[in-house]
Structure formats: C-alpha cells, structure tokens
Design a protein around this ligand. Structure first.
Ligand SMILES: Nc1ncnc2c1ncn2[C@@H]1O[C@H](COP(=O)(O)OP(=O)(O)O)[C@@H](O)[C@H]1O
Ligand SMILES: [Mg+2]
Length: 346
C-alpha cells in the first residue's frame, strides 16, 4: 500500500495573549490509498490545525509532511490539483443556485462544465441544483461544499468535521456519500470530535489528543491494542464478593469491585478465576468476557471520559505562560501570522 498522506513529528505552537499554546506536539499520521480514514479527537485536540498546516494555510514549527508522496508545503503547487479539501465551512452566495456556484468555481479552476452536473449528481443535489442556496438546509449546503471540493476529481478528499451541525439523517447521508466516493477509488480523510458519526464507515482511524497521536490503525487494531478484555464475575452468594476480590487480587489479577459483581482483568484464562475461587469454596454464577467498544477506548485515550467529582476544563493541558523559557522545543519568532489561501477547490 502507498501512503497518500504522511505526517511525522508535526509541531505547531500558537501565541496567545495568555501565553504560548502548543497545539501540535510531535503529531504523526499516515493514510493509505483508497481508504476512508477517520481523524478523531475531542474539540481543541489539534485536528483543524493539522489539516490547515497540511494544506499550507498555516506554517508549522517543525515536522515533515507529504501529500501524494510529495513533500509539502514545498510541493503544494504540484499536488494541489489532486487534493480537494474543505477545512473552514465555506460561505456561499445565497442568491446563487448550486449550479451557478459550481459553474463559477469550475470556470475559475479551469474545470470543464460537464463536471458540474457530475458532481451535483454525486452529492445528490441534482433536483435542487437550480434553487437558490439560501433556501438550502445545512445538510444541502454541506453537500454543495463537498461538490465544490470534488470538481477537480481529486485523488484525496479532506473534510474537516463534515458532520458538524447535521441531524442524524444528514449524517447518514454524508456517510453514504463518503463510502461511495471511496468505492470509486478516492481516498477520503474525515475529521470528527464525535466518534459515532464516522466510526461506521472508516477503514482506519487516527486518534489525536492534546496534539499527539494516541492511537492509529484499523478500528479492529485500535480496539485490540487498547482493550484488555475483562471478565465479569458474579458469585453464588453476593456476600462473597469482598472475599472473592481479596482471593483474586492475591492471585495476581486486577480486580474492580462493582455493586454486585467483580470486573477481573489480567488473567490468562477464565478457568484460573473459577479454580482460585473454588479452592476457597467460593462459587461462580456468572463468568462473562466484557470487551470494550471503540467509544470507551476513545474516551479513555483522549481523556474525555467523565471523572467522578471533576468538572473537565477545556484546553487545560496545552498552555505555557508567556515568557516561560523552559518550554521545550518552542521556537518563538516563527509563528505565522498571515494566512495564505491555497488553491484548494473552494
Ligand atoms: N489561531 C489560533 N490562535 C491561538 N490558538 C489556537 C488557534 N487556533 C487553534 N488554537 C488552539 O489550538 C488548539 C487546537 O485547536 P484546533 O486545531 O482547532 O483543534 P480541533 O480542530 O481538534 O478542535 C486548541 O487549544 C485551540 O484553542
Ligand atoms: Mg476543528
């Protein structure tokens, strides 16, 4: 397989009034050709920063990136024609129809007009193509945005939070569209802060938390790497639970005591549990393997799972006070202030 997108050790720090914010802290990501790749992380974890950096909209402080096998930003002019991206929600002119909008963009980008009808068909806007954009639902505007990114028939399509603001029906339609595009051979990268929105259609995922990759691979691989299968143990007599916990802990297992059962992990075979307990005349009425789902892995890896008695604060990890020189690897003076708009098909 060939990687169409590769990021290694990406660094990005923003300077804010409160200090220096490390948005990306040695971030890595690889996307293979022909996949739908989910780029997942909570709000503020660095997804938009990564995508903007990749597209040459902001300057990194360190790291390497390639698109379609070419180093970027240096080779952006050569690859830009094969990459479609929507990173900011594009604003469309409300008085124009979808067809007017796309025709204008096609002309500006040197794309043949017949492609306009093709992309309208692809995103499912054919029947509303002559209506003014201001009459469109949010879902339809998102489709128009995707259509604009598809005009040049890109090999790689990058969409930042395409499901944002959509209702469940809209999200389902967006998923079907992405799946169809992938089946036509396009590589699709989708970011989301809500796992469930895209988990179902992704061949592979990268999970980011606080500017670092915390997991990557196929959904199955990520699950396998990050879940230790636990076993739920219920006892014949509920009053035996505390003693059973002691016995199993002494036998080297990790034991969590729940209201009326135990969650036991770190044992090679479940039969070891039953034997250790039976030796002490404690009898098991239920022994069930509990496998975590991707949602709980995601919550655990990104630190967004609720902690009893704690209110989670947004962004409480990445900020270094201004003037603090001890901060590692921060190269002050290299921050890019101005932003250049690349030719990314919007
Ligand atoms: N222009 C900016 N100036 C200062 N801080 C920023 C700027 N853009 C993003 N950040 C900060 O960088 C971090 C990552 O943000 P972002 O890439 O937008 O995350 P995500 O897209 O995953 O929600 C956050 O802490 C955010 O507050
Ligand atoms: Mg974002």
């Amino acid at each position: 397989m060939t990687a169409v997108l590769e990021i290694a050790g990406l660094q990005k720090t923003y300077r804010t009034r409160k200090g220096v914010r490390r948005a990306l802290d040695g971030f890595d990501m690889v996307v293979e050709a022909g996949q739908v790749h989910g780029f997942l992380g909570p709000n503020g974890s660095g997804k938009t920063t990564t995508l903007r950096t990749l597209l040459g909209l902001i300057k990194p402080n360190g790291g390497r990136m390639t698109l379609l096998g070419r180093e970027v930003p240096a080779a952006l002019p050569e690859v830009a024609g094969q990459v479609g991206a929507i990173v900011e929600s594009p604003q469309f002119f409300g008085n124009f129809s979808a067809r007017d909008t796309l025709s204008l963009l096609a002309d500006a980008g040197g794309v043949e007009r017949h492609r306009v009808d093709e992309v309208l068909e692809l995103v499912g806007l054919r029947d509303r193509a002559k209506d003014r954009v201001r009459t469109y639902s949010l879902g339809m505007k998102q489709r128009l945005a995707v259509a604009s990114a598809l005009l040049k028939n890109p090999r790689l399509l990058i969409l930042d939070e395409p499901a944002n603001g959509l209702d469940p029906g809209g999200i389902r339609e967006m998923r079907t569209l992405m799946r169809n595009l992938a089946e036509s051979g396009m590589t699709v990268v989708l970011s989301s802060h809500i796992l469930g929105e895209i988990q179902l259609i992704c061949d592979s995922v990268t999970i980011i938390a606080a500017g670092r990759r915390v997991a990557a691979g196929t959904v199955a691989e990520v699950l396998a790497q990050h879940t230790s299968t636990a076993v739920r143990v219920r006892l014949d007599a509920a009053t035996d639970v505390p003693t059973a916990a002691e016995v199993l802990t002494a036998a080297g297992a990790q034991v969590r005591v729940e209201a009326d059962h135990l969650l036991v992990s770190g044992v090679e075979r479940s039969s070891l549990i039953t034997r250790a307990l039976a030796d002490r005349e404690l009898y098991v009425s239920e022994l069930t393997p509990v496998t975590a789902d991707l949602e709980s892995v995601f919550l655990e890896l990104t630190g967004t799972a609720p902690v009893a008695g704690q209110h989670r604060q947004v962004d409480d990890t990445a900020l270094t006070p201004a003037g603090e020189t001890a901060a590692r690897e921060i190269t002050v003076g290299e921050f890019s202030v101005g932003q250049t708009q690349g030719g990314w098909g919007q």
